[in-house]
Ligand binder design. Sequence first.
Ligand SMILES: NC(=O)c1ccc[n+]([C@@H]2O[C@H](COP(=O)([O-])OP(=O)(O)OC[C@H]3O[C@@H](n4cnc5c(N)ncnc54)[C@H](OP(=O)(O)O)[C@@H]3O)[C@@H](O)[C@H]2O)c1
Length: 332
Amino acid sequence: MKAACVHTQGPASNLQVEDFQTPTPGPGEILVRVACSALNPIDVYLRAGTIPMPVPKPFIPGSDYAGVVEAVGQGVTLFKVGDRVWGSNQGLLGRQGTLAEYVCTHEQWAYPAPAGVEDSVLAASALTGITAHLAVFDAGQLHKGQRLFVTGGTGGVGSFVVQMARIAGAEVITTAGSPEKAAQCKAWGATHVINHRTENLKDKLAELVAQKPLDVWIETQREPNFDLMVASMAPGGRMVLIAGRAARPEFPVGPFYVKGLTLTGFAMFNSPADRQAEAAREVGQWLAQKKLQVAIGATYPLDQAAEAHAFLEANTLGMAGKLSGKVVVRVS
Ligand SMILES: NC(=O)c1ccc[n+]([C@@H]2O[C@H](COP(=O)([O-])OP(=O)(O)OC[C@H]3O[C@@H](n4cnc5c(N)ncnc54)[C@H](OP(=O)(O)O)[C@@H]3O)[C@@H](O)[C@H]2O)c1
């Protein structure tokens, strides 16, 4: 099979497409013929070698996928050959990834593809959809009538957080880097959008929360501002962090505990498979019902995997602002 891999972790240009032996599914595993893969920031960190997680050598990056079951290993009960599936959790924790014509995954990390939802949409919704669901409903405990803030309302995770909060009947405040992106956030259900490039987030947010502070804050940026977060929260509010491995910010202990706030760190790849499967089932259902939309900002063929990685990196780490939505890699 063809796959994009790195022999040495480093820049996107290290990614090259090579021939690999098609893997054989072991006990409990399925072999998936990948139709689409989609990129996430963690694929960039792992390809670059900037976070400490073991990778095989050579390493095929890629967490998300959608495709068709080609073969099943011993003891597989959930799927049969020919089933359409989608999922995430590949290309990390020592596993090979989905920038490949085939991937072997344990059946616990695969979900039945909802009828009528395209492979590109499913691949683009996997890691970010599951993350947003678990951050909003498990860690954030969001309920109808409450008020949620999320940074980056057109980002991979942020776009789902905005829409899921709307589905839950909550009010959403978010940020966007252009008027077009702000309009997209409003179309998805945000009531207020702050342009983080032209407006002062601190002043604007203070104005917006003066009458009704926030119940949930989902922080997607790598440098959280705890003074701003704690000041904006209602008593008993929940703050959820999903990014910022290198951040060492100041923390306002007094106001935090006096308000009875909670702060939860969340990493999707540590969540149990059954919780992820429940989240994926609802994400799939909402996609099929058109209650959830995913924006696909760029699509590349497998032999341009290096360009796809460079484009995501320039935007998610370099803040180029040229990407609105997900980067999909069409494999077959
Ligand atoms: N813990 C987990 O389980 C988990 C799961 C998924 C992702 N993550 C992490 O979460 C982060 C976001 O991931 P993603 O896939 O959503 O990334 P993404 O698609 O690149 O989105 C990043 C968002 O940040 C916004 N942004 C950039 N600069 C900003 C600023 N100064 N103020 C406010 N917003 C700003 C961008 O908005 P504009 O384009 O409008 O400027 C964009 O919407 C990454 O660090 C990723 O590693 C963690």
